[in-house]
Design a protein around this ligand. Structure first.
Ligand code: V47
Length: 367
């Protein structure tokens, strides 16, 4: 039986087998193939070479400290202006209460992101992180995107290095991958022209890596971007990783149009999502982990994505019902039990391994 009915895939498959880096044009060809099975097989080959049957998940919680934002991203259904109804900023005590609930449920990670809020002093963040660390020293704070760090450097008039060092000293342990959206211009400017550009996002990620912290990277897909924009995004991440090496995980984020300024768009379908997982696994060859983020993909597609190159499902999440809910694919569902995550992974034929944020195994006395 021949490998693929798409003859273009044969030479790419030979390169993948030899472990050679793929070009821009090969990335486009992978996306444009109609042979989803062959594409999935190639991505699964790489995934199994790196991770065997292991599929990671974690027990985590999201905390969105504020939804007030000076940016105006067309894809966002979460943000409010400061005087708009529904605008909020959580107090530090509220943050501690959310972390307390999370720790009681076994969370090892608090994922903290919010809007670009010009009403908050820099000390809000350092106080929040140091207070959380005082109460819960073992809780990993995966906090603030490159867009938030860029805003802080500009708004509080500090050097990037000072922003990063002060946040790190206060308790920031790593950074999530948000805010990357799509690096390519003019697409980026059309969907989020108030926030930093792709070059700046990558520069800051490099600076965080140099400060000794890991970060993740995302790509928002299924809105107005082209296939070429997506491949450009993968190659820029690959180049940055070659330079600073601190990215742990890539997370393609499926655009959820409802409640946004782009609500007339359909968003990506299941085939597009599986292709995006697979092509990212093949193109971003120097990232260890590809995450199928079940909240945005929906559980069925996320589980299937484990056969298309993904080796991580993110976590139990348990959101306070804010940012994550604004883009959740399945009726605002933002919580899954540990047992359900394990069953999803095992039913797909993989071995479920609980990890902490930086991919150490977590052993528990009882499940
Ligand atoms: O940057 C906003 C995206 C991101 C929508 O690092 C939307 O482990 C879809 O980055 N439809 C924030 N996406 C979430 C994020 C993330 C999530 C989970 C894990 C990690 C990690 C990072 O959410 C934003 C933006 O790209 N987003 N609105 C929307 N309507």
């Amino acid at each position: 039986m021949q490998f693929s009915f798409d003859t273009k895939l044969n030479s790419i498959a030979a390169k993948v087998e030899r472990g050679e880096r793929l070009t821009f044009d090969e990335g486009v060809a992978l996306y444009k193939t109609d042979d989803l099975n062959a594409l999935g097989k190639l991505a699964d080959f790489v995934r199994r070479k790196k991770h065997g049957r292991t599929t990671y998940f974690n027990v985590n919680r999201h905390f969105n400290h504020t939804n007030i934002c000076v940016a105006d991203c067309k894809f966002c259904g979460f943000y409010k202006r400061a005087r708009q109804e529904g605008a909020y900023t959580h107090s530090i005590d509220e943050g501690i209460q959310i972390a307390r609930d999370a720790v009681a449920e076994g969370a090892t990670e608090l994922h903290i992101v919010g809007g670009l809020n010009s009403k908050l002093p820099f000390e809000y963040y350092t106080d929040l992180f140091s207070s959380l660390k005082r109460e819960f020293p073992a809780l990993h704070l995966k906090a603030l995107t490159m867009v938030e760090l860029d805003f802080m450097a500009r708004f509080y008039k500090m050097a990037d290095e000072e922003v990063i060092q002060r946040l790190k000293a206060a308790g920031m342990n790593s950074c999530p991958g948000g805010g990357a959206e799509i690096f390519a211009e003019p697409t980026r400017s059309r969907i989020c022209d108030h926030k930093c550009d792709g070059t700046r996002w990558l520069e800051l990620a490099g600076k965080v890596h140099k400060a000794g912290l890991k970060t993740n990277a995302t790509m928002l897909y299924g809105h107005i971007e082209t296939i070429e924009d997506r491949i450009d995004h993968f190659i820029k991440l690959r180049q940055q990783q070659d330079k600073t090496g601190g990215f742990q995980c890539f997370i393609p984020l499926a655009f959820y149009p409802s409640g946004t300024a782009l609500s007339s768009l359909p968003g990506p379908d299941g085939i597009d999502s599986l292709k995006t997982i697979a092509v990212s696994r093949l193109m971003i060859d120097n990232f260890d982990h590809i995450k199928a983020y079940w909240v945005m993909l929906g559980k069925h597609t996320a589980q299937t994505a484990l056969h298309f190159g993904a080796n991580d499902l993110d976590g139990t999440i348990t959101d306070g019902g804010e940012l994550t809910e604004s883009y959740a694919a399945e009726n605002g569902e933002v919580k899954m039990s540990r047992a359900e995550l394990i069953a999803m992974i095992e039913n797909a034929g993989f071995e479920a391994v609980e990890r902490d944020t930086v991919y150490n195994r977590v052993e528990r006395q009882s499940a």
